[in-house]
Design a protein around this ligand. Structure first.
Ligand code: HPA
Ligand code: ZN
Length: 357
């Protein structure tokens, strides 16, 4: 847990936040997983096969020992098999929003993985119906606004991404705003962004927002290929950007939002500690970035824990945090009116904490 001094913790808690990199299936905690497995009568792997499934506590302990992205993904895909009904998805989303609200999140743009559900017989409309119900409750109860980002699993055939995209289109989910944009996740190395060029081109032509995981385990060329070939407007993770100075400057110039996930990068061994992340470098070069939790139930913390971890490693100033907060708002996909409201909240926060500068 966070080692922040109390005053610093309060300063970061009150900072108005936007979260842009959160896989809703990655907020499924071991305790909820065991509960839903029982309710929905879903068999988990036997303990002869994997003793981590002996109890929620054993699973929590296993999550502390991931050795790579693929090692994590094996657990992630097994766990989400307990999500069956619309109400499961609604509860999952509402519980995440409740937690995010407590951490000072005002706007969240969350990923979901439809192929991981349709492939096991759960309909796309069941998933989206539940998530939308959770979004509506969170906006009503907390004033927390949110958007959905439909992610394609890059390790599955491109045809599967195409048919998922077409299904969302046929339901009018892009044109009516139910789904704000598309993303690309799952195993990165060996599955470069250009495999999905056509679907990204179609989305760009239709004015659909576009992001992609790139430069998490993959090298910096995954980032340039996502930008050049898929015309993504955002980069998820993007930590390998530091290996190409010209690319880094281009991302800064274009104000492309990079969605960093510090605790995730440590748990998945992309870095050995948060201090290795390019936070200071991004600030010095003017790269716009946000700080996010990725899969909080797996990586040892929600968004505020990630903010605290960054502060412990980098000791940022009020000016630095204001830059991060403003970039997070400007890089969001909400409308200008909502951005203005959020920017005013940041101004009020900075005034209230001016002695921290
Ligand atoms: N990377 C790639 N795919 C993912 C992740 C991640 O961190 N989390 C859930 N799916
Ligand atoms: Zn991610």
């Amino acid at each position: 847990m966070c080692k922040c001094e109390a005053r610093t913790h309060q300063f970061l808690l009150e900072l108005p936040k936007c979260e842009h990199h959160l896989h809703i299936e990655g907020s499924l905690s071991p305790s909820l997983l065991f509960r839903l497995a029982k309710t929905n009568n879903i068999a988990l792997p036997s303990t002869e096969k994997d003793e981590s499934f002996a109890s929620p506590e054993a699973l929590e302990a296993r999550y502390e020992r991931f050795v790579s992205l693929n090692d994590f993904l094996d657990y992630y895909f097994i766990a989400m098999s307990v999500l069956i009904t619309s109400s499961d998805f609604e509860s999952l989303a509402y519980e995440y929003f409740t937690r995010a609200h407590k951490d000072g999140v005002h706007h969240a743009e969350i990923f979901f993985d439809p192929q991981a559900h349709t492939s096991r017989g759960v309909a796309y409309s069941t998933v989206v119906g539940g998530l939308v119900a959770g979004q509506e409750r969170a906006e009503r109860d907390y004033g927390l606004t949110s958007k959905l980002i439909l992610c394609f699993l890059r390790n599955l055939p491109v045809e599967s991404a195409d048919s998922t995209y077409k299904e969302a289109h046929a339901l009018g989910h892009f044109s009516n705003g139910t789904v704000a944009g598309i993303g690309l996740d799952s195993s990165e190395v060996g599955f470069p962004p250009e495999l999905f060029r056509e679907v990204y081109e179609s989305a760009a032509a239709a004015g659909i927002r576009r992001t992609a995981h790139a430069g998490e385990e993959g090298d910096h060329t995954y980032v340039s290929r996502a930008l050049d070939i898929c015309k993504t407007e955002r980069i998820d993770h993007g930590i390998r950007l530091v290996d190409d100075e010209a690319l880094l400057k281009r991302v800064a110039n274009d104000k492309t939002l990079v969605t960093l996930c510090p605790l995730s990068n440590v748990r998945l061994r992309c870095v050995t500690k948060v201090a290795e992340l390019p936070v200071r470098k991004f600030l010095d070069e003017g790269v716009r970035f946000s700080i996010n939790s990725d899969d909080p139930a797996y990586f040892g913390g929600y968004i505020l824990d990630n903010y605290c971890a960054v502060q412990e490693s980098f000791n940022l100033s009020l000016k630095d945090w204001k830059f991060i907060a403003e970039g997070s708002i400007e890089g969001s996909w909400c409308n200008e009116g909502r951005k203005k409201v959020l920017l005013e909240k940041v101004e009020a926060w900075a005034l209230a904490w001016k002695e921290m500068s």
